[in-house]
Write a protein that binds this ligand. Structure first.
Ligand code: TXA
Ligand code: MG
Length: 321
């Protein structure tokens, strides 16, 4: 497990321009010192991500907000107070501390205090900001264990810190508070309803706007197998008709589905938060079995079910090449 030595090494690597894999409660991040442009560029190179897609800066606590954000509206303070450390990212007007390398040249910066003891410890010891996208190759399934990172990125990173499986399992909810009325740019590990409760108003989801949010590209979070979406009542019939076409079909869904005996099922529970927690691991497991098609059963569209449905839809979207 994690020794103080290993944490020291992680912080030292970040100080010297290294790139490490850092556990968070949402997914594992590919972390670099946010103020070290060369290190940040290495993160983009390792991920194979276009430089115009900005990164989230992880900070040790809400008291550091004003170092990175020029304007911190009351609504941002209220959300930070209610949900940090936790699966919430705030987009705010940036200070010069947030460099072009991190923000993709935008006038805003995305900030988050992660709810994971290892990540917080590293951030506190570093005393600065850590730019960290999810630690997967661009467009692929995000990692929720150290082993996932090891398999995807292996020797490309200087150190992989193992903080156990991510407990939330999907990326943070991104709330844009940089201008005008708040909007959700990416549904995630914090339910929209919780954001609305604290702000006392409706907060629209605005994901398809542009490529500013890379997770909002149509095809993302994609396994190798094709993905077909199904509401629970239509899943069994979908499986049967795909099998009738001679395809090897696997299913992502709850135990309550009455599937033919020889169909392999990967357990994604009905309860949305449970589904979120295991979704990416199950997508990976299913993908390793060499199925042609995975039929993914959709959870109810409320709470974390919104984020799960969003990720599954992107996994199912048409792909380039
Ligand atoms: O849960 C998470 O948020 C994880 C963990 C590691 O913290 N990180 C994560 O990073 O999901 P990444 O890079 O895969 O996704 C960050 C998202 C991207 O879609 C990016 O476009 C968006 O945040 N983003 C970053 N800065 C932004 C900005 N200034 N305006 C709008 N979107 C921004
Ligand atoms: Mg990502």
């Amino acid at each position: 497990m994690l020794t103080p030595d290993l944490l020291d090494r992680a912080v030292e690597l970040l100080r010297r321009g290294g790139v490490i894999a850092l556990p968070t409660e949402t997914v594992y991040g590919l972390a670099a010192n946010a103020e070290d442009e060369l290190a940040v560029r290495r993160v983009f190179a390792i991920k194979g991500r276009p430089a115009t897609h900005p990164l989230i800066v992880h900070i040790p606590g809400a008291e550091h907000l004003s170092e990175w954000a020029r304007i911190v509206p009351d609504e941002a303070k209220a959300l930070a107070r209610a949900f940090w450390p936790g699966p919430l990212t705030l987009v705010l007007p940036r200070t010069s501390r947030a460099t072009d390398a991190v923000t993709g040249g935008q006038d805003t910066v995305a900030l988050r205090v992660p709810g994971h003891s290892v990540a917080l410890e590293v951030l506190q010891r570093l005393g600065g900001g850590v730019a960290a996208p999810s630690a997967n190759r661009f467009g692929r399934v995000s990692p929720t264990t150290a082993e996932h990172v090891q398999r995807d990125l292996g020797s490309d990173v200087d150190l992989v810190l193992d903080g156990g499986p991510s407990t939330v399992g999907v990326e943070s909810t991104i709330v844009d508070l940089s201008s005008g009325a708040p909007a959700i740019l990416r549904p995630g590990g914090l339910a929209t309803e919780d954001v609305e409760r604290v702000l006392g108003r409706k907060v629209p989801v605005r994901t398809s706007e542009t490529v500013r949010v890379s997770g909002s590209l149509a095809s993302h979070y994609a396994p190798r197998a094709g993905v077909v979406l199904a509401e629970p009542h239509e899943a069994v019939q979908r499986v049967e008709s795909l099998r009738a076409q001679g395809l090897r079909v696997g299913v992502l869904g709850p135990a309550s589905l009455s599937l033919p005996k020889d169909v392999q099922r990967f357990d994604v529970p009905e309860e949305p938060a449970e589904a979120a927690r295991v979704l990416y691991a199950r997508l990976r497991e299913a993908d390793e079995q060499g199925h042609d098609i995975l039929v993914a059963c959709l959870p109810a569209a409320s709470g974390l079910g919104i984020a799960v449905r969003d990720r599954l839809s992107r996994a199912a979207a048409p792909r380039e090449g």
